[in-house]
Design a protein around this ligand. Structure first.
Ligand SMILES: [Zn+2]
Length: 430
């Protein structure tokens, strides 16, 4: 595998990047019970690193990133996926005042998803922020759109789950799928170019340590033999008792009657490190090459990084083959489709801020060194003792054996064959 610094990696023209944020979004998102103040830390660090102000010499001296304020998603937009009952409850006064335990349980607003101050604002603003980023991609305003407050991959159609109250990933995929058919030009050296159109394809890649249960389930269809516009691929940890329980979270198996080649699952064992991620990159890249998406939604949950309280993987942020930073750089440089970068899990808030600020610099094409000093700003004390961007590896042993990784490789070789057949059977379906 090539390193990200190899000169053989084709250079792309500078990407146009949109970053979605506003004061009201930060205020609402900072009240999320599972991640209090995290949103504030993330955007403050991006600002402290001067990424909002940086000017790109390749874009006629324009700024690298255009900052766009999110709109609120309307109830009608939320109804594209969520049920009316859930929305009426979660957006209305009942969610704050209700003592009706059966309703509280029905809508999942208990345990790890308690109602919280301005929850209705949060739901509408986070969904609105992700949809604002989607609009920027669909309207051709940018090639990469960033919404670190999004990425709520456990929220279900009719209930909150796993710290997630709104299914912004699903809403984004549904909106991108509706884009106008894309023209595709194919030719060989001996033939004239052929222009075909096809419905846009959307690939969802989930890097969070937890399985993307709600997103995968939303598009799962084992009974179809046709092609699909949407492919989901979750890379995560799964083991008995590890959230979320799902029949879809095991390693995808083409021999299983319930197999759907458009709903893919690649679980990694405890301690997954840069070494393992370097090893599986060609597998993930192979799926992208086979599916050839027009849009790629990347859920950049960072709870698999070393130092996260979930303490399951040992992934590093930057520097080195297989790191999260190197993965994102490859996806941005080598994958053709437009990218939507979303947040997700990440329970060491300072590390989540480091990670998303660092990934922002990569998206801008202006990757900061990981030993960059974090300069004076209100949250500075939280970055001690290193006061740098780096999230280095811990001491956990990587339990992903060569034998297991070979099995993953073998499975995905077959999966690509099945996928290829299904896609070719549907060529020209637009
Ligand atoms: Zn997670």
């Amino acid at each position: 595998m090539q390193s990200i610094d190899d000169s053989e990696v084709p250079a792309r023209p500078a990407s146009r990047v949109v970053y979605v944020v506003s004061e009201e979004l930060v205020k609402a998102s900072s009240l999320l019970p599972s991640n209090r103040n995290r949103s504030f830390l993330v955007h403050s660090l991006v600002a402290a690193l001067d990424l909002f102000k940086a000017v790109n010499p390749d874009l006629d001296g324009q700024k690298y990133m255009q900052v766009i304020r999110p709109r609120r998603a309307s109830p009608r937009e939320l109804l594209v996926y969520h049920t009316r009952d859930y929305l009426e409850y979660a957006l209305g006064p009942a969610a704050r005042d209700s003592q009706d335990q059966s309703q509280i349980s029905e809508f999942g607003l208990e345990d790890d998803c308690p109602p919280f101050h301005n929850m209705h604002e949060y739901i509408q603003l986070v969904a609105g922020a992700t949809l604002t980023a989607v609009d920027a991609l669909k309207d051709g305003v940018c090639d990469v759109a960033i919404c670190w407050d999004g990425g709520r991959h456990h929220a279900q159609k009719s209930k909150a789950s796993g710290f997630c109250y709104v299914a912004d990933c699903v809403l984004a995929i549904l909106a991108l799928k509706k884009n106008r058919p894309a023209a595709k030009i194919t030719s060989t050296s001996n033939t004239l170019p052929t222009i075909t159109t096809r419905k846009p394809r959307v690939m969802y890649v989930d890097l969070d340590v937890h399985f993307s249960d709600a997103v995968s389930q939303a598009f799962y269809n084992a009974s179809s033999t046709a092609s699909s516009q949407i492919l989901t691929l979750s890379i995560h940890h799964t083991s008995p008792g590890f959230f979320p329980p799902s029949l879809l979270s095991d390693l995808s198996n083409p021999d299983d009657p319930a197999f759907d080649p458009f709903t893919l699952s690649l679980p990694l064992k405890a301690g997954a490190s840069n070494r393992t991620f370097a090893r599986i990159w060609p597998i993930v890249d192979g799926v992208e090459k086979t599916f050839d998406p027009d849009f790629i939604v990347i859920q950049c949950g960072v709870d698999g990084l070393a130092g996260d309280p979930v303490a399951t993987w040992n992934w590093c942020l930057g520097d080195g083959e297989g790191s999260l930073g190197s993965w994102l750089e490859k996806m941005l440089r080598e994958w053709r489709g437009k990218k939507l970068l979303l947040g997700g899990g990440g329970y060491n808030s300072a590390n989540a801020a480091r990670a998303w600020a660092y990934l922002t610099s990569i998206a801008m094409g202006n990757r900061l060194p990981v030993d960059t000093d974090i300069l004076e700003h209100r949250a500075l004390p939280l970055y001690q003792p290193s006061f740098t961007l780096d999230v280095p590896a811990g001491n956990m042993r990587d339990e992903n054996s060569e034998e297991y990784l070979l099995e993953v490789e073998r499975r995905f070789e077959r999966i690509r064959e099945v996928l290829s057949c299904r896609l070719s059977g549907a060529t020209g379906s637009a």
